[in-house]
Design a protein around this ligand. Structure first.
Ligand code: C2E
Ligand code: MG
Ligand code: MG
Length: 557
């Protein structure tokens, strides 16, 4: 290769034109790089086609997505005037040859003219060819096809090596994913989603360089392994990564959730370590205040328990193991039973009676609550029909409506079908919605609720006073009843000031024409207080616990 000194012959502007005309002939990609700073001074059209517009960027950042000049980089290490470097370029998915020659740039800077030749099979000797094909194949199997960083298998192998090589160090396996990545794909398209993944891969590469201690597990899940001395170092590193990830040109925020597994037993297979880190990620999903969590053995126990429950829930629903219990409600003015709440009990064939708190939150997460609630509503309707058929005066039943239904179900259609099928009046059903629902999305809730109310169902705000709602907010949503939360009642009536708060809450509710129910009424003192406070109805252990149907039937006769 000839030593080119363009400087002597050309000034900058006309020089660039001449360079353009020379270097755009033929089909080779070519770039000119400042030898000392590694800045890309020039690129021809073919290289723009290959690498995008990278002029002005640093060579290692643009071509190798690395923060530091690559170790063993040919540029500064060139000893003669020319050099040749064969490699497999992941970004192009091609075996290539870089041919470098020293040149002097217009302003006298030392530069390198780098020309890229794609290697055809004929360029490779048979030995080298075999090795090349093997490398290519291995590379393909080890590399994530989108981001060109190690895939899960390669990461597992690398992590194992890293741990083996350094037996005296402590290691942490960290997994993270992008919050609501599916929404990014849905709203901005898959291509944008891919760009986000590439951005994250670049951040990992920048941060860890050639250590190969990271990888993409699948979809938006990434992992890395690092040695640590104190837990704080791991968190600091996570904070740095999150910062780098959030620094980007996208029109939306990219938030990430991290799970950390501290490697205590180095014999545990890496994929299990990753599973544990992932469990930790799952515990903070949806919690905007938390961005990372350490794995703890309790998660595993909880998840195993949740898995077991999930395994049984479907069969239990079909077998009728979910039972409706009824807890009566009493009018305080004359102690007459004026209604009952339907509460679910899981009578498990092996585990006995499981209380709702052990399965409702899980069903709300996995969506099974939609089926269970519908089943409970149907049980309530069936019971009302049975009472009418028996000639017994039916008392209104209230059923709980999980927050999940508002978004995922057509409540009007379901309840219309139910009252038609069982031929009962809608006034016999009260729908209980928890207070927190009213904070979430009042407009949507209002739309659904007013539809149901027009159909004649009574609406009740459950657990009133447990959160931050106020009667002022309830004013905007038409409900018929508020049911004061047990804890609210307990806390408030234990002090004189609290009693005033409850009294005024009840007064205000009555002024708004709302019926007031108190739940969790346990003592005579509660009852006396509530009677004096104009509370309408009470429900609680003082009167009766939730009971199975056959027991409840006896109360009606
Ligand atoms: P909730 O709707 O607020 O129901 C009242 C809870 O208070 C019931 O607990 C009831 O047994 C309990 N309770 C009633 N009186 C007293 C009392 O005097 N003292 C004490 N300490 N507790 C009392 P349960 O049956 O364990 O249900 C807990 C929660 O689970 C319910 O709270 C409701 O939010 C949910 N739940 C129960 N069944 C269903 C269902 O079928 N569907 C849905 N979506 N949620 C349900
Ligand atoms: Mg309730
Ligand atoms: Mg309640």
């Amino acid at each position: 290769m000839r030593f080119v000194d363009i400087k002597e012959q050309l000034n900058n502007e006309s020089g660039l034109r001449v360079i353009d005309s020379i270097l755009n002939v033929g089909f080779l990609a070519a770039i000119i790089i400042d030898k000392d700073t590694h800045e890309i001074l020039y690129q021809n059209k073919k290289s723009i086609e290959y690498f995008g517009n990278i002029a002005g960027k640093l060579c290692h950042e643009a071509l190798c997505t690395s923060e530091q000049p690559c170790s063993g980089c040919m540029l500064s290490a060139m000893t003669g005037n020319v050099a040749i470097y064969d490699c497999y370029m992941k970004t192009l998915n091609k075996r290539v040859r870089w041919m470098y020659s020293d040149i002097s740039w217009f302003d006298g800077r030392n530069a390198v003219y780098a020309k890229l030749v794609e290697l055809g099979e004929e360029d490779i000797t048979s030995d080298a060819k075999w090795k090349y094909l093997k490398d290519m194949d291995q590379d393909r199997r080890d590399t994530d096809s989108l981001t060109h960083i190690p895939n899960n298998n390669k990461f597992f192998k690398n992590a194992e090596e890293i741990i083996k090589k350094d037996p005296s160090s402590d290691f942490a396996v960290v997994l993270f994913d992008i919050d609501r990545f599916k929404t990014i794909n849905d709203i901005y398209g898959m291509t944008k989603g891919d760009e986000v993944l590439l951005h994250i891969a670049r951040v990992l590469k920048d941060s860890f360089g050639f250590e190969d201690n990271y990888g993409r597990m699948h979809s938006d899940l990434f992992a890395y392994i690092i040695p640590y001395q104190k837990k704080g170092e791991i968190i600091k590193q996570i904070e740095k990564l999150r910062k780098k990830i959030s620094r980007n040109d996208f029109d939306f925020d990219i938030n990430t959730s991290f799970g950390i597994y501290l490697v205590e037993d180095k014999q545990v297979p890496i994929n299990l370590m990753c599973d544990r880190a992932l469990m930790a990620v799952k515990t903070i999903k949806g919690d905007i205040l938390k961005f990372c969590a350490f794995f703890n053995e309790q998660y595993r126990a909880d998840m195993l328990k949740a898995n077991e429950i999930e395994k049984d829930m479907q069969a239990s629903l079909l077998n009728g193991d979910f039972k409706m219990y009824l807890q009566p409600k009493f009018r305080l003015s004359d102690d007459k039973m004026v209604g009952a709440e339907a509460l679910c009990r899981w009578v498990h064939p092996k585990k006995g009676i499981i209380p709702p708190m052990d399965f409702i939150p899980l069903f709300e997460k996995n969506g099974f609550i939609l089926k269970l609630d519908e089943y409970m509503w149907e049980e309530a309707c069936r019971t009302l029909r049975r009472w009418i058929d028996m000639g017994v005066e039916p008392i209104p039943l209230s059923v709980n409506i999980s927050r999940y239904h508002i978004k995922h179900n057509d409540l009007e259609a379901i309840f219309t079908r139910l009252i038609n099928r069982y031929n009962i009046s809608s006034s016999l059903l009260t729908l209980e919605l928890t207070e927190s629902l009213f904070l979430d999305n009042p407009e949507e809730l209002n739309r659904v609720m007013s539809g149901l109310q027009k159909m004649g169902f009574r609406l009740e705000v459950d657990d009133f006073g447990a959160g931050f709602s106020s009667l002022n907010m309830i004013r905007n949503i038409t409900v018929d009843t508020i049911k004061m939360d047990k804890d609210f009642l307990d806390n408030e009536i234990s002090s004189d000031k609290g009693k005033i708060v409850v009294n005024h809450t009840i007064d205000m509710a009555k002024d708004l024409n709302l019926q007031v129910v108190a739940e969790g009424v346990e003592t005579k003192e509660h009852v006396e207080f509530l009677k004096n406070s104009r509370c309408d109805v009470a429900q609680g252990y003082y009167f009766a616990k939730p009971m199975p149907l056959d027991e409840f039937d006896k109360l009606l006769q």
